[in-house]
Design a protein around this ligand. Structure first.
Ligand SMILES: N[C@@H](CCC(=O)N[C@@H](CS)C(=O)NCC(=O)O)C(=O)O
Length: 201
């Protein structure tokens, strides 16, 4: 097993799906959380000057989505076939759409713009849930995980959006609540969720 180091801020943010992938695989890594005050000093040493960055035996990989896919391939969490991988990508890009709708509603300084974006986001939430349910039905007959009968990166990306559901007290459908329970019941995931650092974002 290579020596893995994951660099990010002390937040879930763009690193949490990577951490969930490590947890699901039971793989050892150094979870390096850099304080905001230390960041200007560290920034020049990071490829592309941003985080997350994954170091694998001394080789640095930037870009969260590249890191997620790399880890999913490393750990066998990217499905068994090319079609599985495409279906996993569909879920992950649907998750990207969710965060692209959410971010302008919570970040930014213009309160009127944020209120408008929040309205649009709330209208998008049922659409998001329906799209995830459609993936579940198509890929697993509605009963298993999002792609096939085993946990994959798709489930972990979906799980990450539930942090926002919890924080904003958004109601999840019964079908997705049942899926959430199946994902959280995966032994290593349940243990990770209980023990992970509590952070605001
Ligand atoms: N597309 C990049 C975006 C990376 C990014 O914007 N990272 C932010 C934290 S979420 C960052 O490092 N900000 C500090 C900076 O750019 O100086 C990714 O997905 O990794």
């Amino acid at each position: 097993m290579p020596a893995y180091k994951l660099y990010y801020f002390n937040a879930k943010g763009r690193a949490e799906v990577c951490r969930l992938l490590f947890a699901a695989a039971g793989a050892k890594y150094e979870d390096i959380r850099i304080e905001g005050t230390e960041w200007p000093k560290k920034k020049p040493s990071m490829p592309q000057g941003s985080m997350p960055v994954l170091e694998v035996d001394g080789k640095m990989i930037p870009q969260s989505r590249a890191i997620e896919r790399f880890l999913a391939r490393e750990f066998g969490l990217y499905g068994k076939t090319n079609m599985d991988a495409a279906n996993i990508d569909v879920v992950c890009e649907t998750v990207t759409d969710f965060f692209q709708a959410l971010f302008p509603a919570v970040f930014g300084s213009d309160e009127a713009v944020k209120a408008e974006k929040m309205k649009a986001f709330k209208e998008f939430v049922p659409v998001y849930m329906q799209r995830i349910e459609d993936c579940l039905k198509k890929n697993a007959g509605g009963k298993g995980f999002l792609v096939g009968s085993n946990l994959t990166m798709a489930d972990l990306a979906f799980l990450r959006t539930l942090d926002a559901f919890d924080k904003m007290e958004l109601k999840l459908t019964d079908t997705l609540t049942a899926l959430r329970k199946r994902i959280e019941a995966a032994p290593k995931i349940g243990a990770y969720l209980k023990s992970r650092p509590v952070t605001e974002n």
